[in-house]
Design a protein around this ligand. Structure first.
Ligand SMILES: [Zn+2]
Length: 255
């Protein structure tokens, strides 16, 4: 694909970067990303990816916009309350970038939705069942997976490059975490609360990681990043395959 004159202007700050340039931008424009969950993480992630020139996006979420979403789900406006999130998101994302092709599903993730020609999957859900499904699908299909969550002041990102043979998986991270970490993931922000901008940090980090993976700059097999917004501290851990993970090592634990 050759960039148009308008695209040269639009993406000029990417084109100035030696490690993106025309070839990298072209790769982004030809990419198709699946975003599962269009809540507090999916909104900022999709917004940055749309602005950055990702060519195609498939989004799914069964919910409608509620008043209680508006403090963190930045794609939605007060007038959107009661409408399906994916319909509002599609409209807002295409206002940001008219070249973006968006396929919207007002339903939870399913086998039909997973059966697409994606380069990468963003897990922006708030439940362990969907995370487990995405983990198994991406691992089996060798699709990179970028998963995030947030509670209170804290956020967590897990990135798995399943294209590589020895990548650990989401299940590995649970079985090697402390018990309280699993509890944290099992809670959702409707019961525990969450600071809106923390989701902005984590959703933006998902978008950044997705772009780094698509451009081939993500070097780890699996990476955990934790952010504490109250102290401003970050923790990074390179993950390895867990001998207790049933998926990777055939043991008893599963999600
Ligand atoms: Zn595993």
């Amino acid at each position: 694909m050759r960039l148009s004159g308008r695209q040269f202007a639009r993406y000029s700050r990417h084109l100035l970067m030696d490690d993106i340039g025309v070839d990298g931008q072209d790769r982004l424009l030809n990419s198709h990303i699946l975003i599962v969950g269009m809540g507090g993480l999916g909104c900022p992630a999709a917004l940055y990816l749309a602005a950055a020139g990702i060519g195609r996006m498939t989004v799914c979420d069964a919910d409608v916009v509620a008043d209680s979403n508006l403090h963190r789900q930045i794609l939605y406006r007060q007038g959107d309350v009661g409408e399906f999130k994916v319909d509002c998101a599609k409209r807002a994302l295409q206002e940001v970038n008219a070249d973006l092709v968006v396929q919207a599903y007002a339903q939870s993730v399913s086998a039909e939705i997973l059966d697409g020609d994606y380069q990468l999957v963003l897990d922006c859900t708030d439940n362990l069942a969907a995370r487990g499904l995405l983990n198994r699908h991406c691992r089996a299909s060798r699709l990179p997976l970028v998963s995030a969550s947030a509670i209170g002041w804290e956020g967590q990102l897990l990135a798995f490059d399943f294209v590589r043979q020895q990548s650990p998986c989401f299940n590995c991270s649970i079985t090697q975490s402390k018990p309280e970490a699993a509890t944290e993931l099992a809670e959702d922000c409707s019961s525990a609360g969450v600071l809106g901008p923390v989701l902005g940090v984590m959703g933006s980090l998902q978008a950044t990681t997705a772009i780094a993976m698509i451009l081939g700059y993500f070097q780890q097999h699996g990476e955990l990043q934790r952010y504490d917004g109250k102290s401003g501290r970050w923790m990074n851990v390179t993950l390895s395959t867990n001998p207790n993970c049933q998926l990777c090592c055939g043991s008893k634990v599963d999600v």
